[in-house]
Design a binder for this molecule. Structure first.
Ligand SMILES: O=C(O)[C@@H](CO)OP(=O)(O)O
Ligand SMILES: [Mn+2]
Ligand SMILES: [Mn+2]
Length: 551
């Protein structure tokens, strides 16, 4: 669809010289389940509760499935698709769906990326590295199998898979079943195909936004060099043993790196000159660093020790600005006409801030998977460094620091738009620790108060929303009855993933003309409808290529 390059003034809402705040509560869903396992419901949230009572200025929107460009309505939302939608105002076919289509119609095997790696099939090894689950947030096992079958059909002699265990988009403990399933699939390929190395996604390879390069270094050592503190002759044994831990059980997300060896202790799948390497995750954020390690000649993040000359591809191109990686299997979604670009063209000054774990969400994903600025002179991006710990151990995260930075930006008078993301409900939600998550949600509610009070005092306008659910349900539930599920010892089975819940959206501020209310003819609105809504708050009309405004 052609996109508008310029914003036009809104017909009735005047531009304001006061700041407009857009605040994202990451992982804050509005869930029907309102028992104690809903950490938001259990938390002290007087501020966000009160917003629900304001007539015509609070509602929910859809944040999962087809409303955000995912293959089906069984797919939970996530930060990538959520922030893409919030930033662009469009429902775009996302990576998961584009890969499905390319596999279904066979086009994936006609494209340049596939031809490039095919040259390694007859004499070298083809390696697949990625997240092993059916979570559908970063990757899917059926897509991995689809590409491995394609490789075997096209003559690949030797396939090695380097697995990152999940337990975050899927329940903890499912790593075992996915390894069993993968081993069965590998045995059916009819070539020499094995799992070669692996580790938990939060500890090995899948770092993001340079929060901790050690994570990527561990992966490099295991996948490429065949070096890890733990060696096993079978991946299944590796996962089972490593979950037992050393006195204290370890969850799938946090398994240490391991290497699979033959009977003589030799790694079965190091990565060598001439090999092909495929990163099979479609989602970008956690693949950027490992892509740099494989692609960049000049590289200082850690000592690679050996830098094999590989035929390297991503499932997609992960960063449109950096053109990283240069080669890929399926072209990524083309996201154009995003709000950041239109606002920069209109001369609007913007401040964006979060902590490391969500920094790229409010910048990179928001801007349609671009890592740069549109007009640097108009944009200030502030990253507050995240702690490098499991976040139930420090559930406050950097919420206070983000609040301070946001208030300072609002009060400075330098910015017309201030964009904030609070990471806590999502990042603490992923730990499955209910108590920590309840505390985190209470704190975020207080931080929201401080920001809204600041906007109120300045006479500005604000919009508060979220990108998908997470903290709103912390327990696994029976499919039919929704009843919480418990382990044999009576402890609740933690839900570490996002949810399918819709998310709240609220608007307000003394600068907002009194009659402005949400319309009632968009019952199925989704996150993409929010973009035009905040553009309206900034005094601009809805661009023709965006989903309709909620007001
Ligand atoms: O941590 C992540 O990578 C995902 C879950 O897989 O969460 P979010 O989409 O909120 O970033
Ligand atoms: Mn998120
Ligand atoms: Mn998340």
């Amino acid at each position: 669809m052609p996109v508008d390059a310029q914003l036009k003034p809104h017909e009735t809402i005047p531009k304001t010289d006061k700041p407009v705040l857009v605040c994202i509560l990451d992982g804050w869903g509005e869930n029907e389940n309102k028992d104690k396992f809903n950490a938001i419901h259990s938390a002290e949230t007087p501020v966000t509760d009160a917003l629900k009572e304001v007539p015509g200025r609070w509602r929910t929107v859809r944040a999962h499935g087809t409303a955000v460009g995912l293959p089906s309505d069984a797919d939970m939302g996530n930060s990538e698709v959520g922030h893409n939608a919030l930033g662009s105002g469009q429902v775009i076919d996302q990576g998961a769906r584009l890969v499905d289509i390319a596999l279904e119609d066979g086009s994936a095997f006609e494209l340049d990326g596939w031809k490039y790696i095919s040259e390694s099939f007859s004499d070298n090894t083809v390696h697949f590295i990625g997240l092993l689950s059916d979570g559908g947030v970063h990757s899917r096992i059926d897509q991995l199998v689809g590409f491995m079958k394609g490789a075997a059909n096209d003559g690949a002699k030797r396939i090695r898979v380097h697995i990152l265990t999940d337990g975050r988009d899927v329940p903890d403990g499912t790593s075992i079943k996915f390894v069993e399933q993968l081993e069965k699939d590998l045995a059916e390929l009819g070539c020499d195909a094995k799992i070669a190395s692996g580790g938990g996604r939060m500890h090995v390879t899948m770092d993001r936004y340079e929060a901790d390069w050690k994570i990527v270094e561990r992966g490099w050592q295991a996948h490429v060099l065949g070096e890890a503190p733990h060696k096993f002759t079978s991946a299944l044994e590796a996962v089972k043993k490593l979950r037992e831990g050393d006195g204290k059980a370890v969850t799938d997300q946090w398994l240490p790196p391991f290497v699979v060896t033959d009977e003589d202790g030799k790694a079965v799948g190091t990565i060598e000159d001439g090999d092909a390497v495929v990163l099979f995750n479609f989602r970008a954020d956690r693949m950027v660093e490992i892509s740099k390690a494989f692609e960049y000649e000049e590289f200082n993040a850690f000592d690679r020790k050996r830098f094999p000359k590989t035929r390297f591809v991503g499932m997609m191109q992960y960063d449109g600005d950096l053109k990283l990686p240069a080669r890929f299997l399926v072209p990524p979604p083309a996201i154009s006409g995003v709000s950041g670009e239109l606002l920069a063209n209109a001369g609007v000054s913007t401040f964006a801030c979060s902590e490391t774990q969500k920094f790229g969400h409010v910048t990179f994903f928001w801007n349609g998977n671009r890592s740069g600025y549109f007009k640097e002179a108009l944009e200030t991006y502030v990253e507050i460094p995240s702690d490098a710990v499991p976040f139930n151990e420090a559930p406050d995260m950097k919420a206070r620091e983000i609040t301070e930075a946001g208030k300072e930006a609002l009060l400075s008078g330098k910015y017309q738009m201030v964009r904030i993301n609070f990471a806590n409900p999502d990042m603490v939600g992923h730990t499955g620790d209910l108590e920590a998550c309840v505390g985190a949600c209470s704190l975020v509610d207080k931080c929201v108060k401080e920001l809204l009070d600041t906007v109120e005092a300045l006479g500005g306008r604000w919009l508060l929303t979220a990108d998908h659910g997470n903290a709103d349900d912390m327990v696994q539930r029976a499919k039919k009855t929704n009843a919480p599920l418990f382990a044999e010892d009576g402890s609740p089975l933690p839900l570490t993933s996002h949810t399918l819940a819709p998310v709240p959206v609220a608007i307000g501020g003394p600068g907002l003309p009194e009659g402005i209310k949400f319309r009632d003819d968009l019952p199925n609105a989704g996150l993409a409808n929010i973009t035009a809504t905040y553009l309206n708050l900034l005094g601009f009309a809805t661009p023709s290529h965006m989903e309709p405004s909620l007001i």
